[in-house]
Design a protein around this ligand. Sequence first.
Ligand SMILES: C[S@@+](CC[C@H](N)C(=O)[O-])C[C@H]1O[C@@H](n2cnc3c(N)ncnc32)[C@H](O)[C@@H]1O
Length: 333
Amino acid sequence: MDAKTFYGTEQRNTITYLEFGEIDIVEGEKKIWNFQLHQKAYDWLMLGRYSNDLFNTMKMEELLESGNMQEMINLYNEEIHHEDEASLNLAKLIAVAVTHKIPVLPKPSFYELGQTIFGCIEGMEFYKNLLKCANIKFPDVNLKNVTWYGVDISELFNYLSLVLHQNYNVVTMLTTESLPSKMDVFFAKGISILYAVRTLDQFFATIRKGKLAVFDYSFSLGKEEDTTIGSGKTVRYLNYSDFLNALKKADEVMYVKKSNSKIIKDKNRIWLDCIFGEKSLCEEYIKLDTSVRIALVQRFEGIQNTGKFLNNDISPEWVAVENYHHCNTKDRL
Ligand SMILES: C[S@@+](CC[C@H](N)C(=O)[O-])C[C@H]1O[C@@H](n2cnc3c(N)ncnc32)[C@H](O)[C@@H]1O
């Protein structure tokens, strides 16, 4: 793949770069030892970041098994780069749990757009163990039975996803064309959707790949907006009103977690933590999500600094997306 295909090309005035070197603090001299551009710059940074997450997830697992919960939380706070990582891995596990009983393919299936090195597999295994150790009732799911589909524009990540998960059934590809038409769970970080999706039709086609979709996303409250966000790659924010109108025609429903979702006033955007799918399945998800998160908060009583790990889920509250904007964005839409 052409290294310049995705980075710094759509917006001609941006270049993606990565620089490594030394600074002599006595002489005030800076030496650059390595400098990378375009896709390689992005891949090398993200590979370091996500390998570090994976490594520390394994260390957290060891601390969990030896009963060192406080140390486990401390390590999470120090090392895991996204503060909501644990909460998201729990969300993915819940989605697998509520969809796996009647899989759409012969085996349960999970699809991530922008899977990087598929570190969520270890993250979800970790959470499964945590729930077991905490004696929290949870459906019995075997993640080794799941087929893990990943679509990522990085050949390096697609290859490493396989190498790092040889005990799992992992299938990765550069584009969506050869994906099954439907899988059980769709997951993506909002940023991956912002990178990949250019139209509302593509947005719906993407999230409809899962019987249940779990993701976050930011919409523009004004006009559709193209920009870069520091990685040099162009992102597109779709218009929120257009989305709400299109949703009215959909058979599925979308719920948002109120405590996590917000309006970003200075950017004129709305950020939503969402699930999307058939109503009854979404309701099943919300029921399990609520009971597990409330139980977790109780089990972690007495342990310090759990705010990020538990995502402050003291009383998770879900609302249909159309009701969320009524109470929050009435004067803007
Ligand atoms: C910030 S990382 C993502 C997240 C990670 N899997 C997680 O759970 O945190 C964004 C990922 O999306 C990938 N990506 C960027 N543009 C993409 C596109 N158009 N289609 C598919 N993947 C894309 C990147 O290579 C990278 O692996």
